[in-house]
Design a protein around this ligand. Structure first.
Ligand SMILES: [Zn+2]
Length: 491
């Protein structure tokens, strides 16, 4: 199983693998809500779609009788909010958890238990009990759809993969210099101009998700217990925006959506009221599409050369009594954060936001190097944080010396060796969790995206859940899990 459960007790008794599950009438369904009953049948259906393709050498007469699936929505004594318990005995599986999202973890685990038993040869499954909960509440996976855009079907496969690994935050990097990927009803040039770039060979590349598609993905993710966290990257990485709305720059001119990779000096002018209006309107429109608690505003790689020369930015700094351009960026974030707070959303920014003075509730996404320096700064400042250090958790990096990818090598073993416990030692409560990023400059299609993810994403899931084994033991599970995934993703 991946991630490995905290506690699994196996008994010697074993039974022929089930061929079918029915939701038991015993589950206090009388006192439970109708929605719980609907949830139970949908989870049972999922299991029943999963079972038929498994090798099952047991004689049909010994395993034909359906097993009963008992689901209870009640906190288990473990006390952890994301804890679940699974008990498997003859003809019956009981799963308990405090909410539907966590109940699903029990089903995911059950699928893996069934799969493993089906691979064991005799088609028998042991009586057992599993008690489990994750170490970190943030178990994220990111996808950059700006550098290359992906079809809705692939985004759904991505989410399904996450769900099989009990990853729960999908960080959707929707905007960057090379393309804007989300429809705006208010600023339609974003989809008419910003969503497109001209490649070196003269071809047009681009596209965007209409709002109905965004809603469809958010709803699909919610069914799987995954929160979608949108990112609109500000105030840098906005060349696509400036191509459509050049007046938002400090030095307006004819900009183009970038078709090469790198960092641009042109960023949004923080000294113009029109820029702030644009950002606030846009964030408001986008926030409406994402019901979750977080909103990522980027904040990375925004050189301040233009702001240093811009009279409007400089007079804004004076007017606000700020000390530097970095503080001006913090003020910009602060203003947007205040608007988002009214929608009960907390702002996340890349670790460059620590160069200013971000408001106390900001969450820092730590990405540079091994992340140690930024982690110390965040800890000293009392900021909550998510670890995505590029030396370990950037999956656009090569997985092996000879493999495809950018920059250095982050092998699966290196990912697995990430010493998360060495960060935030004094204030572990500030560390929300871990995430891996998939930047797509060099990833042009779904096949390559999956190749970069698998198997490293298994190591991420295990780290985020709370690594409970050594690497060789994990590597053995990882091999079987690739087979599991091939089987599970198609059902
Ligand atoms: Zn300016």
């Amino acid at each position: 199983m991946i991630p490995k459960p905290l506690r699994q007790v196996l008994h010697s008794e074993s039974y022929p693998l089930p061929r079918h599950f029915v939701v038991s009438n015993e589950i206090g369904s009388s006192q439970q809500e109708e929605s719980t009953t609907a949830l139970a049948s949908s989870l049972a259906e999922e299991l029943n779609r999963f079972l038929p393709g498994l090798p099952n050498p047991a004689k049909p007469e010994s395993s034909e009788k359906p097993w009963s699936l008992n689901l209870s929505l009640e906190p288990i004594e473990d006390g952890h909010p994301e804890a679940y318990r699974l008990e498997l005995e003859h003809g019956k599986v009981n799963i308990s958890a405090a909410d539907s999202k966590t109940l699903r973890y029990g089903i995911t685990t059950l699928k893996q238990v069934l799969f493993e038993a089906s691979q064991s040869g005799d088609g028998f499954i042991h009586k057992q009990s599993i008690t489990d909960h994750p170490r970190y509440s943030w178990r994220g996976l990111h996808l950059d759809v700006s550098r290359h855009i992906f079809e809705l079907d692939f985004i759904k496969t991505y989410l399904k993969l996450m769900s099989e690994l009990k990853l729960n935050k999908f960080h959707w990097h929707l905007t960057d210099d090379q393309g804007w990927r989300i429809e705006s009803k208010k600023y339609h040039l974003l989809q008419e101009i910003s969503a497109w770039r001209t490649e070196a060979d003269g071809t047009k590349y681009g596209g965007y998700y209409i709002q109905a598609q965004i809603r469809e993905i958010v709803a699909y993710a919610a069914e799987l217990g995954i929160e979608v966290v949108p990112e609109l990257d500000l105030p840098g990485h906005v060349m696509a925006v400036l191509a459509a709305y050049p007046d938002l720059a400090c030095q307006p001119q004819a900009f183009e959506t970038m078709s090469t990779w790198g960092i641009s000096d042109d960023i949004l002018c923080a000294g113009k009221d029109s820029t702030l209006d644009f950002i606030l309107n846009l964030v408001d429109e986008v926030a409406e599409l994402f019901p979750g608690s977080y909103f990522h505003l980027g904040g990375d790689e925004a050189p301040k050369a233009r702001w240093q020369e811009c009279p409007l930015c400089q007079s804004k700094i004076k007017e606000l009594g700020l000390q530097s351009e970095e503080e001006l960026q913090s003020w910009l974030f602060d203003t947007v954060s205040t608007a988002l707070a009214k929608r009960a959303k907390t702002v996340i920014g890349w670790d460059e936001i620590l160069e200013g003075n971000p408001r106390p509730e900001s969450i820092v996404m730590i990405w540079q190097g091994d992340g140690k320096a930024a982690a110390l700064r965040a800890e000293e400042g009392g900021y909550k944080a998510i670890l995505v250090p590029n030396h370990y958790l950037y999956f656009d990096w090569k997985a092996s010396e000879s493999g495809p990818g950018a920059f250095g090598v982050t092998s699966q073993e290196k990912v697995y060796s990430f010493p998360a416990e060495e960060y935030f030692c004094r204030h572990p409560e500030l560390l929300l969790g871990l995430q891996a990023n998939l930047w797509t400059e060099q990833i042009t299609n779904p096949e390559r995206a999956l190749e970069m993810l698998i198997p490293r994403v298994f190591a991420l899931a295990e780290l985020a859940w709370g690594k409970a084994s050594d690497y060789p033991e994990f590597a053995a599970r990882s091999t079987l899990w690739e087979e599991y995934l091939n089987y599970a993703l198609s059902r």
